[in-house]
Design a protein around this ligand. Sequence first.
Ligand code: FES
Ligand code: FES
Length: 199
Amino acid sequence: MKVNLKVNGRSRTVDVEPRKTLLDTLREDLALVGSHAGCEHGVCGACTILLDGVPVRSCLMFAAQSDGYEITTIEGLAPAPGELGVIQDAFCETHGLQCGYCTPGMILTAHSLLERVENPTREDIVEAISGNICRCTGYGQIVEAIEFAADRLRKANAPRHLKGSHANEPVKDPNAKTDAPQEGILEAAEADTPHGGRS
Ligand code: FES
Ligand code: FES
């Protein structure tokens, strides 16, 4: 069957079996392999994607069910090819990943949290990522990464709640004459220092 998917701001048509999961469709038909297959039973969170901004397990959905939703994968969070978004960068800087298998799901979950909560407590962060299993890090650096990203996003003073229909689109300021892209966020990312160099 033909299914129309809107992924990372692009409309894509795929021809899939009705029983094909969204996870397998993303990986096999759209070559978006950042969404990982872990348990494939809805337990580990490695396959997390955003559906209209909400984290969901793509292993538990059929591709056909996601027709009409805005899908965001980890590939959609990078500001440009070869660049890292603020949260991705924070994970690198605080050593929030080791093997990296859980990392895309963690980052998308963190992205969703930080879109809603500007100044999350440690408890908020722990609760948000409680559905994402990491086998390597012990979670300490992951929590630190999300706190660090939240701090940078606050200092960037970007109007996150005014984002466009897709996380990778420029943020629109309704008071500006032209689009006001994520200047603050980009500045924060550019001001990054190498591993361990932050104060
Ligand atoms: S692969 Fe989907 S929750 Fe584990
Ligand atoms: S970094 Fe290896 S599973 Fe989390």
